[in-house]
Design a protein around this ligand. Structure first.
Ligand SMILES: [Zn+2]
Length: 251
């Protein structure tokens, strides 16, 4: 048996249902205010998902909630410890390991105009100062590096500018070196050993020169992707683990 309702009761019930429905209709066409910080870049962001909580309490205006995208995560801060003058350290924090232990031994001295020499790369980056103190055709050698060095150098330049609010630039005083000048001049050229000779090391300073910044500069170099750094007081020597170009040329 169905309960019996008077026609008046049915009308009241219908009105109640219509009024209740009106109270929970959400105007999703309205644009809520976005309160999160806009992303620094204009890369497309996924659209936020509107989330609404229906309520049967009578309201004078529709209630619309919107979950906005969280602010973009800032670049992770460089928390690598500073490297005091005279100290060297690998990217995994080993202060005892030698450079060759951390990034591999020099495989050969790359000679100018050799196969390996022609696989060095140079990226002219206006944000980086290249000292280029050598003369003649050797002046370009401060720009020449193993391809694996390009990205760490680019990252380091950005880190340096961010660290010191644009007041300091990264300077490269030496990179690839065909003149074998990283050994005592009295040593036999054939015995000279440095990762500069195959473009896997760079000597870095700040510009303007400020040696008090080099402990942090070396730490930033590790955060930028270098695998071993040595604060040599006058500069930060940074090197990278990568297959020698000598080997890729079959030397
Ligand atoms: Zn060096």
């Amino acid at each position: 048996m169905f309960p019996r309702f008077s026609s008046r009761g049915l009308i009241v019930a219908a009105l109640f249902i219509l009024m209740t429905a009106a109270c929970v209709r959400f105007d999703l066409a309205a644009h809520p205010v976005i309160v999160a910080d806009a992303p620094a870049t204009r890369t497309p962001q996924p659209q936020p998902t509107p989330v609404v909580w229906p309520t049967f309490s009578p309201r004078s205006t529709p209630m619309v909630f919107q979950v906005v995208n969280p602010a973009p995560a800032p670049a992770p801060a460089c928390t690598f410890p500073v490297v005091v003058a005279g100290q060297h350290i690998s990217a995994d924090g080993d202060t005892e390991i030698s450079e060759s232990g951390a990034v591999g031994r020099m495989a050969c001295q790359i000679k100018r105009d050799s196969c390996a020499f022609n696989r060095l790369v140079g990226k002219v980056d206006p944000s980086i100062i290249f000292k280029q103190e050598e003369t003649g055709p050797y002046a370009v050698e401060d720009l020449l590096v193993h391809p694996a060095m390009v990205q760490p150098l680019t990252r380091l330049s950005k880190l340096v500018q961010a660290e010191w609010d644009g007041a300091v630039q990264l300077r490269v005083t030496d990179a690839y070196d065909s003149l074998l000048s990283h050994d005592p001049p009295e040593s036999l050229p054939a015995d000279r050993y440095s990762l500069h000779y195959e473009g896997r090391a760079a000597d870095l300073t700040t510009w303007p020169v400020d040696t008090s910044l080099y402990p942090r500069l070396c730490a930033l170099a590790v955060c930028a992707g270098f695998d071993w750094v040595h604060n040599e007081a006058t500069h930060c020597h940074a090197s990278i683990r990568a297959a020698s170009l000598c080997q890729s040329c079959g030397n």
